[in-house]
Design a protein around this ligand. Sequence first.
Ligand code: ADP
Ligand code: MG
Length: 346
Amino acid sequence: MTETVRKLEPETVERIAAGEVVTRPASVVKELIENSLDAGAESIRVEVDGDGTAMLKVADDGHGMSEADATLAVDHHTTSKLGESSDLERVSTLGFRGEALPSIAAVATLDVTTNDGGPRGTRVLVEGGETTTSPAGRATGTTVEVRDLFHNRPARRKSLSSTQAEFGRVSDVVSRYALLHPDVRFRLRHDGREVFSTPGSGSYTDAVLGVYDRTVAGQSTTFAHETAVSVDGDDHSLTVDGLLVYPSVTRSRRDHVHVAVNGRTVGNAGLKRAVVSGYGTLLPQGREPIAVVSVSLSPQLVDANVHPSKDEVAFLDGDAVESAVEEAVHEAVTTADLRQSGEVAM
Ligand code: ADP
Ligand code: MG
């Protein structure tokens, strides 16, 4: 028997790529929220039925799309965000692959209604491989509704967890973006009921109040720290800001440490560890903090293109970034802690 190396059919490539970006309802919601943020939305509404496979929807008041753009957007590798390939080295938008909408359309019914400020809007419906475009009434902004997710991927569908667990993941994604983008108003509804909302006031404390509760928000301090990191002899400014909940309110797991790099929520374990190290010995043994930490630095120092889901970013100098985060957190937490316990006269 001889093995032959063959080039994959384009359709197979598409299915593989779609599988990487769209793994579960929460990953769809993440992509759609990132698109809304890239469109400059001030308000983002997320609605989910059940585990999200029957219906999930993200509506925004961003700049919307023209009819031509909306039709193009559901196609492969079409993006309004990357011009030349050199742009990849300094990505400032959350999206840039032009893969999310077509990947979703490959495994679900995709129903986009959008208006870029014209007298009327456009609806683009992709169902069973067919794309239909029609006029639609809508205020400026975009609504993306996804139905029957994984209807043609029985194995993927079967691999999903319980409704509660899948919705929990969706809720985590929305919470994380709401906390890290306090200037945007977020609302999450599940089976017709409001789960939480944030006011979009720009205050981290208000966002924490919306996502958590009064106890958590009341036991917290906001902070902002600016420093410089030196890479290849060049100094680049780096800011770390956010909110730290006092060590009097902790959790047993690290998933309440919310981190973003240039507005993108990331799962980077190293950054989370840096936040926890910043709390140092103030944290009771075996407990994890609740923290919202936003890191901003020159896009040239970040490579967001390390994974299709863009959940991880790589830094040109990860150690420098991590120590800056640790230092910022340590400074904020120790100052606040001393002030709270009255040991420092302010
Ligand atoms: P990417 O975000 O990587 O560019 P997507 O497939 O997610 O790729 O989206 C394709 C294009 O569709 C985007 O570049 C953008 O021009 C347009 N788009 C998608 N969602 C929205 C939205 N909510 N508002 C305005 N434009 C959008
Ligand atoms: Mg996108």
